[in-house]
Ligand binder design. Structure first.
Ligand code: NAP
Ligand code: G4F
Length: 347
């Protein structure tokens, strides 16, 4: 039985990856941050009480800002594969919390690589996936592929570039099996609610059911190459199954504007978005990434990977999911419960 360790297991991708690996009969270990409230909701469908016999999912308290915790977890879990997904992953927030973002995203990766370097010193064969981002391309002209020079436009993106080069350096310096996945935006019904796609589907479905009146957004002209998270975690796994380590772009090759996402989502909801969407400059970024469109031909030819879910299907899937959530909220509201005002000032 192979063992995998996932940092960031409680996030969107971590939950999809854990499901994929469990389905492949891995023993899966995840690093979870201590929080004052439960932060494992996305793992609910696969979580089993550790006291029960036969569970293959193990969660460990740890943090990528705490090197000692990472070393302890490596010793406990003894993984064959490590997926480093932990991040302060919100680009807009990284302008407000630049040092913290660098500590988690850049130095956090370095801490984990250092721990892995020592772990591998005992002759342990271990493979490492680094969650790189299309944000690293930033202002570079589309289409962006593996040879496109990075031009980061935020503290988050600059930190991911640093993490990318740490990973390349540890591969070359110590002969470690390390892959950088350079993933373009990928979404799902599990996407954090302050990223634009989920913010839109959550708000429009609530507006449709009368739970909310307005949706405030920033730049509608930005273009993104949006894929489905369930497809993208498969590419992560495939990278670590190859005979030698390499770096790969993972993308659909299609790009749409935020406005187009909004139009398609609104049409699925049957509402006129121009009546309920307003611009709020707080959601603009000091430096924006205008146009991302990936060239994933290397991943397609070498890994045999391809995206399965297209743009319209992705939007529909998210709208349908959030419509169901809104219906549940409405039922509670009609039963006299207070309607929760979502954190509109965030993201
Ligand atoms: P996400 O939903 O924001 O999840 C981030 C995960 O990192 C969460 O589990 C979070 O824990 C954890 N985390 C944050 N700070 C941590 C720390 N100090 N120590 C340990 N864990 C920490 O992000 P995602 O969309 O799943 O993305 C996964 C990775 O891929 C991230 O590195 C992201 O930057 C990168 N990426 C994402 C995309 C995309 O479009 N989704 C594209 C390219 C790259 P909590 O649950 O406790 O907050
Ligand atoms: O959904 P977003 O916040 O995602 P962004 O900035 O592209 O970053 C995501 O994808 C990256 C991969 O390229 C990941 F590395 C990163 O971790 C994250 O998952 O914003 C998308 C676009 C931006 O151009 C933003 O300016 O939507 C625009 N936007 C317009 N109004 C908004 C809003 N974004 C957010 N979050 N909230 C708004 O109200």
């Amino acid at each position: 039985m192979k063992k995998a360790l996932i940092s960031g297991i409680t996030g969107q991708d971590g939950s999809f990856l854990a499901e994929l690996l469990l389905a492949k009969d891995y023993e899966v270990h995840g690093i979870v941050r201590r929080a004052s409230t439960f932060n494992t909701d996305r793992l609910d469908p696969i979580y089993a009480d550790p006291h029960e016999h036969g569970t293959a999912l193990f969660l460990h308290y740890g943090d990528v800002t705490d090197g000692a915790s990472l070393r302890h977890i490596l010793e406990k879990a003894q993984p064959d594969e490590i997926y480093n997904l932990a991040a302060q992953s919100h680009v807009r927030v990284s302008f407000d919390q630049a040092e913290y973002t660098a500590d988690v995203v850049a130095t956090g990766t370095l801490r984990l690589l250092e721990a892995v370097r020592d772990f591998a010193r005992n002759g342990r064969d271990v493979r490492f996936y680094q969650a790189g981002s299309s944000e690293m391309f930033g202002a570079a002209k589309p289409p962006q592929g593996e040879t496109t020079p990075f031009y980061p436009r935020s503290p988050y993106a600059a930190s991911k570039v640093a993490a990318h080069w740490y990973a390349v350096n540890y591969r070359e310096a110590y002969g470690l099996f390390i892959c950088n996945g350079i993933l373009f935006n990928h979404e799902s019904p599990r996407r954090g609610e302050t990223f634009v796609t989920r913010k839109i589907t959550r708000a429009l479905t609530r507006i449709k059911l009368g739970l909310q009146k307005k949706l405030f957004l920033g730049n509608l002209d930005a273009r993104r190459d949006w894929g489905y998270a369930g497809d993208y975690v498969e590419a992560m796994w495939l990278m670590l199954q190859q005979p030698s380590p390499d770096d790969y772009v993972v993308a659909t090759g299609e790009s749409y504007s935020v406005r187009e996402f909004l139009e398609v989502a609104a049409s699925y909801c049957g509402i006129d978005w121009t009546r309920c969407v307003e611009m709020d400059p707080r959601y603009l970024r000091p430096t924006e990434v205008d146009f991302l469109q990936g060239d994933s031909s290397k991943a397609q030819s070498r890994l045999g990977w391809k995206p399965r879910v297209g743009f319209e299907e992705l939007v529909r899937m998210m709208v349908e999911h959030d419509l169901e959530l809104a219906r549940q909220e409405k039922t509670l509201w009609e039963a006299g419960h207070k309607v929760v005002q979502r954190g509109l000032s965030h993201g």
